[in-house]
Design a protein around this ligand. Structure first.
Ligand SMILES: NC(=O)c1ccc[n+]([C@@H]2O[C@H](COP(=O)([O-])OP(=O)(O)OC[C@H]3O[C@@H](n4cnc5c(N)ncnc54)[C@H](OP(=O)(O)O)[C@@H]3O)[C@@H](O)[C@H]2O)c1
Length: 271
């Protein structure tokens, strides 16, 4: 049921802007990434458009995701904001369009209607959601006539997201992971290095493999070519059931990066 769009590894682009995103994306494309994750809020779509329009790759080879922020959740603003994304990215349609956040714990349905309209108008091939809790996932599933191909959420080995995973299976809305290496926090745990040695890979690759092996896609961001290459090369080895379980035990840490302090408008997260 997972990877409905067939792209399990995207290149994350937050918080890179200006020359930094252009350099990082050129390198990521060279390494092999074809899926790119951006958002209106990242203020880097224009730079991404510059790189993609000059990279020599056909549009059909690329897979571009962007997201509409809650500030554009109105009848008059939603669609024009997507048209602006397309213009900045220099493309005519997105591969995936997401609503970046639910409107706190308020009704998600109006924004889902505008999201579906964007697809029906040909502005996006696929649509999905981000930062939805389980209650909102169920409402979205019930409400939408168009298929939702993903719920992009914080997902890494230091946070237990089993409740969301069960709801992903129940609703058929797969999860994608952001903050996959917990912005570096995972590297404080020796377990990843220990397992990495067995497979002759790096700690980051072990972390990303643990995510992918659960049917959750990844969007790691890196400014460094060596890290980008390692993060892309996660399909050539497999973690044993015991290794998966040892890593899963760390989810009891309960380390949430995108918490209520960082994002006061976040919905009530599932326990
Ligand atoms: N939907 C949402 O609300 C939402 C929220 C947050 C993020 N996102 C998306 O998800 C993407 C990823 O999340 P994120 O960037 O916040 O967190 P992340 O991918 O967990 O962490 C990025 C950090 O990890 C380091 N890193 C990456 N790969 C590494 C490796 N192999 N070895 C050592 N260090 C490594 C990078 O440093 P170097 O540059 O030095 O490699 C960077 O500082 C974002 O770029 C964005 O596209 C979405």
């Amino acid at each position: 049921m997972y990877f409905k769009t067939g792209h399990e590894r995207a290149f994350g682009t937050f918080p890179l802007k200006d020359q930094q995103i252009e350099d990082a994306l050129e390198s990521a494309l060279d390494v092999g990434y074809r899926a790119i994750d951006t958002a209106q809020m990242y203020a880097n779509e224009k730079n991404i458009g510059n790189v993609l329009s000059q990279c020599g790759l056909a549009r059909s080879e690329l897979f571009i995701t962007s997201k509409v922020p809650t500030s554009e959740f109105s009848e008059s603003a939603f669609i024009p904001s997507v048209e602006k994304s397309l213009s900045e990215l220099k493309i005519s349609t997105l591969d995936v369009l997401l609503v970046h956040w639910p409107p706190g714990d308020d009704d998600v349905r109006p924004s889902l209607d505008w999201l579906q309209q964007a697809k029906q108008q040909g502005l996006a091939k696929h649509i999905g959601i981000s930062n939805y809790n389980t209650k909102q996932m169920r409402i979205a599933k019930e409400h939408c006539s168009e298929e939702l191909v993903v719920n992009q959420v914080e997902f890494h080995p230091l946070l237990n997201q089993q409740t969301l995973q069960k709801t992903a299976i129940e609703t058929g809305i797969p999860l994608a992971s952001y903050c996959s290496v917990a912005r570096g926090k995972v590297f404080e745990y020796a377990l990843f290095n220990d397992i990495a040695q067995t497979h002759e890979v790096t700690a980051a690759q072990v972390v990303l493999r643990w995510i992918i092996q659960q049917g959750v896609s990844i969007n790691p961001m890196s400014t460094k070519r060596a890290n980008q290459a390692a993060n892309f090369d996660v399909l050539s080895f497999e973690l044993s059931a015991d290794e998966m379980q040892q890593i899963s035990a760390l989810t009891n840490t309960g380390y949430r990066i995108v918490n209520d302090t960082l994002v006061p408008f976040a919905p009530t997260w599932d326990k």
